[in-house]
Design a protein around this ligand. Structure first.
Ligand SMILES: [Zn+2]
Length: 169
């Protein structure tokens, strides 16, 4: 995780060096303090949550608090239980996902990109390139980068295996 953040910061620094005008868009997450680029309309703000999870987590917490405040009193509780009773079975709140997915590898490959993350990458890519980058382009780019990563890793493993064959321990 630390290596990932470092890699991200090196990248962010080189982007800011190449595009100094984007410095105005640099801000810090109010929760985890990570630096990130924000949309020019938010330039200069320091009360934002990062797009790497804090913004989403904070939004969910705020909505849970609102719901708790509304349904908190006794009257509210009875409203809530009536609502729950009235709600057809298939509309009940979804059960939390189980800890251990059955096929993690397969699931990871099939999992769609997190829309908030795609939107952040799209916005930053648009800022850097100075043109409108579409979400489809971002997804295609992410797919390509991920494939290259996998290929690189496989090549390294192949090399290690070949080396071990030549020089058995
Ligand atoms: Zn954060």
């Amino acid at each position: 995780m630390v290596a990932l953040v470092l890699e991200y910061y090196v990248l962010l620094r080189s982007v800011l060096r190449a595009k100094p005008h984007l410095r105005a868009c640099l801000t810090r997450c109010r929760h985890c303090r990570i630096f990130f680029l924000t949309h020019p309309r938010n330039a200069g703000r320091h009360d934002l949550g990062c797009p790497f999870g804090c913004r989403q987590a904070h939004r969910q917490r705020a909505s849970a608090q609102r719901s708790a405040a509304y349904y908190g009193d006794a009257e509210g509780k009875s409203i809530k239980s009536q609502l729950n009773r009235r709600r057809p079975r298939k509309y009940r709140a979804p059960e939390p996902p189980s800890e251990q997915p059955r096929a993690p590898a397969l699931r990871r490959r099939l999992a769609p990109w997190d829309p908030a993350m795609v939107e952040h990458v799209r916005m930053v890519a648009s800022l850097i390139e100075g043109r409108r980058v579409s979400r489809r382009q971002v997804r295609a780019m992410l797919q390509k980068v991920l494939r290259q990563h996998t290929m690189c890793r496989r090549r390294k493993i192949d090399q290690t295996v070949a080396w071990l064959n030549e020089q058995p321990p």
